[in-house]
Design a protein around this ligand. Structure first.
Ligand SMILES: [Zn+2]
Ligand SMILES: [Zn+2]
Length: 144
């Protein structure tokens, strides 16, 4: 069991496997219903419109989209709702486009067999956007 910082409210909490604290999770569940209903009624809404009209924080809407719980189907009109985190192609759900997803699943198998598997997911933060650049300098790749 780890104490980690909640991805949304930045408060430390005891995490089993979530990056989000229980109170934010509750909030997200409530927001999910609001946004889902809104999108159901307003299929043409883009992300800005959705956040404006529902009052739900953009980070939460993005989170729901990434999780695949929500889907907004018109990337043309909405601009880029979500981008593939790897190749920056617009996508409607998840984190990666299909191409990259296929790539990742093959590279993941390689790296999984490689390192000694420490605290697992801790290193990888699914930031929304680039966020702050907290480069601690530990990221030096093994090849030079
Ligand atoms: Zn929180
Ligand atoms: Zn991609």
């Amino acid at each position: 069991m780890d104490i980690i910082q909640c991805k949304f409210c930045k408060k430390p909490f005891q995490s089993f496997n979530s990056k989000i604290c229980p109170s934010c999770l509750e909030q997200i569940d409530r927001d999910f219903l609001v946004v889902r209903d809104y999108i159901y009624e307003n299929k043409k809404a883009d992300l800005d419109k959705v956040t404006e009209e529902t009052g739900v924080h953009k980070a939460i809407v993005l989170h729901l989209l990434r999780e695949g719980r929500l889907q907004i189907d018109n990337p043309e009109e909405g601009g880029t709702l979500l981008m593939c985190e790897s190749c920056r192609k617009p996508i409607t759900k998840g984190r990666l486009c299909e191409d990259c997803r296929n790539n990742v699943s093959s590279t993941m198998k390689q790296s999984l067999s490689g390192d000694g598997g420490g605290a697992g997911a801790a290193g990888k933060r699914p930031g929304s956007g680039s966020g702050r650049a907290d480069d601690r300098g530990n990221n030096a790749k093994l090849r030079s």
